[in-house]
Design a protein around this ligand. Structure first.
Ligand code: ADP
Ligand code: ZN
Length: 611
C-alpha cells in the first residue's frame, strides 16, 4: 500500500498523476475535487464514463480520515475496491452477508485508521455507529453513488436509500458528495431534497457520449441483422438486451449455435448461474451477454464495445442509460437497435395492463412516444436524444446513422390512402400481417375465408413489398393516423385524423427506410475496435498480444483484466512501444504501483511481440 501520509502535502493533480498515472483531469473533475476538498456538499451529474468515481476517490486519498462510500450493489462495491487496491489505495467494503472473519478484519483496520475508503451498503450506514469504528482521523467525506436511487421518480428507486436522508443529521460537518448519471431535473431536485443538502454545489457535465455511435433500424430479419452486426465485433465484449426471459434464452442458444460465444442473464435465472455469467462477463474478453434489463447496474467494465436492443426500451431515459454502458473507456463503441410496429403495440399493452395510476400511465405513454419519435426521426439522433434531456446540440454529429447515411423522405400520401383504405375495407378487425396480405394480393386461407380476395383493395398495393408496407403502417401509427387495439389481437383501427388524408386535405411525408439488411459495403467492413481506434495492422497485432498477456495475469490473480490496465493504456503501449520502465511510466494509466507490479511483464510481452 502507498504511504497514506505521503499524499497530504500533495496537490490533487500530483495525486492524480502519482496514483492513477493520468496526466490531466477529465472535464470538470478538477473543479469537483476542489469543491469537495473545501468541505462543501456537492452534487455531481456526469454521464457514464466521464469519471465520477475519481471525484470522491481522489479527495478521500488527500484528506485526513476515512471516506464512506454508499453504493447500491455489493458487486459494484467489490469491483471498485479491487480497482483501488490495484492502485495501491487502502480501501475495503462492509456488507451484511460478508463472512464474519472478513468483516472483523475490515473493522480492525478501520479502527487502526488504515483505511482511506470504506464502501458500504445503504442499510449499513443507516444503522449508524460507523463514526465510532473509524480511527482518530474520523470521517473525511460521505459519497453517495448512484444517488438517483433515492428518487421515486427514476426507474431504479431503492427503499434503503431513503434512510440516507438522516446522514446530514448523524454526521454534521462531514461533506456529502452525491453522484449520478441521471440527467432528469426532477430526479436532481429529489436528490438534493431527500439527502438534505440544499446548499450543495451542482456540477453538470454535457451528457453527450461522443464515442458512442447510434444506429436504429426497422426490424426485418432480426437474426440476420444481429449476426451482421456482431460479425463486426469479433473478439469484443458487448450486451444484447431483449424484453423477455424467453427471448433471452432463445437468442443465446441460437447465437452459440451460430458460433458466437454468448451467455445469458435475467432476473429469474438460478442465482448461481446468474453470478457465474456476470463474473464471466467481467473476467473474460470477447463475450456477448444476452440479457433483460435486470442486467446492467453494477457493471463497471470499461471496454463494453457495443449495446444492442432487439426490442424497444421503455423510454429515452432507459435507452440512454442502457446504451451508456458501452465505451466507458472513451474508445469507439456502438449502440444498435432494431424495432418494429409490434414493439409499439407490445409496450402500449404493457402500460395499459399495468397497475399504475392513470396519471402515471399517461406519463409512460408520453415517454414511449418520445422514444418512437427518436426511432423515426430523419434528423441527427444525437441531437434529438440530447434535446430530450434539455441539452442543445447543433446536429450533424457525424456519428449516428441518420448523419452518416441521411434518410430520404418521400410523398407517401397515395400509399397512405391505400393503407388506410385496406384497414377500412376489411372492417378494422385485422392485424397488420393480414391487411398487408390483402394489399399485396396474397391468396391465403384467411383472405379466402373472409372474402377479402373479392375486395377492390385486394392487390392494390403491389408496387411495394411486405416490409415496405410494414414500414408505412409503423409510420402511420407514429403519425397517429391509426391505432392498434391490443385487446383485439392487434386489430388496426382508423383514427379520426385519417379522414383528412382520405379527403386529400392532409399530405403524408414518409421516411424511406434503408434496405433493412445492411448494404454490402458496410457488412464487409472489418471494424473490430482495434482497427476502429486507428491502429495499423502491425500495432493491432502487438495490441492483441498485450491483451493476451493481460488476460493471463488477470486469471492468475482472479481479477478482471481491466483493473490491471485499461485498453487505452494497452493501445498506447502498442503504438509508442516503451522499452524501459521509465518510458512506460510516461504513459497515461501507468502509476508507480502498477508499474511495479506489471511493468516488467508488459515490457517482456512487448519485446516478444516485436521480435
Ligand atoms: P463513471 O462512474 O462516470 O461512469 P468511471 O469513474 O467509471 O466513470 O470512469 C470511467 C473510466 O475513465 C475509468 O476507466 C477511469 O479510470 C477513466 N478515467 C477517469 N478519469 C480519468 C482521467 N482524468 N484521465 C483518464 N482516464 C480517466
Ligand atoms: Zn448525428
Amino acid at each position: 500500500m502507498l504511504d497514506v501520509d505521503s499524499h497530504k502535502r500533495s496537490n490533487p493533480l500530483e495525486v492524480l498523476r502519482r496514483v492513477w498515472g493520468y496526466q490531466e483531469f477529465r472535464g470538470m473533475q478538477g473543479d469537483v475535487v476542489d469543491n469537495v476538498m473545501s468541505g462543501q456538499d456537492t452534487l455531481v451529474l456526469f454521464p457514464t464514463g466521464k469519471g465520477k468515481s475519481l471525484c470522491y476517490q481522489l479527495p478521500a486519498i488527500c484528506l485526513d480520515g476515512t471516506a464512506i462510500v454508499v453504493s447500491p450493489l455489493v458487486a459494484l462495491m467489490r469491483d471498485q475496491v479491487e480497482e483501488l487496491k490495484e492502485l495501491g489505495v487502502a480501501a475495503d467494503a462492509l456488507w451484511s452477508e460478508q463472512p464474519p472473519a472478513e468483516a472483523a478484519d475490515v473493522k480492525r483496520r478501520l479502527r487502526a485508521g488504515e483505511m482511506k475508503l470504506l464502501y458500504v451498503t445503504p442499510e449499513r450506514i443507516a444503522a449508524g455507529g460507523l463514526e465510532a469504528m473509524v480511527g482518530r482521523g474520523g470521517l473525511s467525506l460521505i459519497a453517495v453513488d448512484e444517488a438517483h436511487c433515492i428518487s421515486f421518480w427514476g426507474n431504479n428507486f431503492r427503499k434503503d436509500y431513503l434512510a440516507l436522508g438522516r446522514l446530514k443529521e448523524m454526521y454534521p460537518g462531514v461533506p456529502i458528495v452525491a453522484l449520478t448519471a441521471t440527467a432528469d431535473p426532477h430526479t436532481q431536485k429529489d436528490i438534493v431534497k431527500l439527502l438534505n443538502i440544499p446548499h450543495a454545489e451542482v456540477f453538470v457535465d454535457s451528457f453527450d457520449r461522443k464515442n458512442i455511435s447510434y444506429e436504429i433500424l426497422p426490424r426485418s430479419n432480426p437474426r440476420g441483422q444481429l449476426l451482421d452486426f456482431l460479425k463486426r465485433h469479433e473478439g469484443e465484449s458487448g450486451i444484447v438486451y431483449c424484453l423477455s426471459r424467453k427471448k433471452v434464452e432463445e437468442t443465446v442458444e441460437w447465437l452459440n449455435e451460430s458460433g458466437i460465444r454468448a451467455k445469458h442473464y435475467h432476473a429469474r435465472l438460478d442465482p448461481a448461474v446468474k453470478a457465474a455469467n456476470q463474473d464471466a462477463f467481467r473476467l473474460e474478453e470477447g463475450l456477448c451477454l444476452v440479457a433483460t434489463v435486470a442486467f446492467g447496474m453494477g457493471i463497471n467494465k470499461p471496454n463494453v464495445r457495443y449495446v444492442v436492443h432487439l426490442d424497444l426500451p421503455s423510454s429515452i431515459e432507459s435507452y440512454y442509460q442502457e446504451t451508456g454502458r458501452a465505451g466507458r473507456d472513451g474508445l469507439p463503441a456502438e449502440a444498435f437497435m432494431v424495432f418494429g410496429m409490434q414493439d409499439i403495440v407490445q409496450r402500449s399493452r404493457m402500460i395499459d395492463e399495468g397497475d399504475a395510476s392513470d396519471q402515471i400511465k399517461r406519463i409512460e405513454r408520453a415517454k414511449l412516444n418520445a422514444l418512437v419519435g427518436i426511432c423515426e426521426t430523419t434528423a441527427c439522433r444525437r441531437q434529438a436524444i440530447l434535446g430530450h434531456f434539455g441539452e442543445q446540440h447543433p446536429g450533424r454529429c457525424g456519428n449516428c446513422d441518420t448523419c452518416t447515411k441521411p434518410i430520404e423522405t418521400w410523398d407517401g400520401t397515395e400509399a397512405a390512402i391505400k393503407a388506410l383504405a385496406a384497414i377500412y375495407r376489411t372492417g378494422e378487425r385485422f392485424g397488420v400481417g393480414h391487411v398487408i396480405d390483402v394489399l399485396i394480393g396474397k391468396l391465403t386461407e384467411k383472405t379466402k375465408r373472409f372474402g377479402h380476395a373479392e375486395l377492390a383493395v385486394f392487390g392494390a398495393g403491389k408496387e411495394f413489398n411486405a416490409p415496405s408496407w410494414q414500414s408505412i403502417y409503423r409510420q402511420l401509427l407514429t403519425l397517429n393516423l391509426i391505432r392498434v387495439e391490443h385487446d383485439e389481437f392487434g386489430a388496426m383501427k382508423l383514427q379520426e385524423s385519417a379522414g383528412a388524408v382520405f379527403k386529400k386535405e392532409r399530405s403524408v411525408t414518409l421516411r424511406r427506410d434503408r434496405s433493412v439488411t445492411r448494404g454490402a459495403k458496410r457488412s464487409s467492413e472489418t471494424s473490430s475496435y482495434s482497427s476502429r481506434s486507428g491502429l495499423s495492422a502491425d500495432d493491432r497485432e502487438v495490441f492483441e498480444s498485450l491483451r493476451q498477456e493481460r488476460l493471463a495475469i488477470a486469471k492468475e490473480l482472479g481479477v478482471a483484466p481491466y483493473v490491471i490496465f485499461p485498453d487505452t493504456t494497452l493501445i498506447a503501449f502498442a503504438t509508442s512501444r516503451p522499452s524501459t520502465l521509465d518510458e512506460m511510466l510516461e504513459i497515461s494509466g501507468v502509476g508507480p504501483t502498477k508499474l511495479d507490479r506489471y511493468g516488467a511483464r508488459f515490457l517482456d510481452a512487448l519485446e516478444v511481440a516485436l521480435r
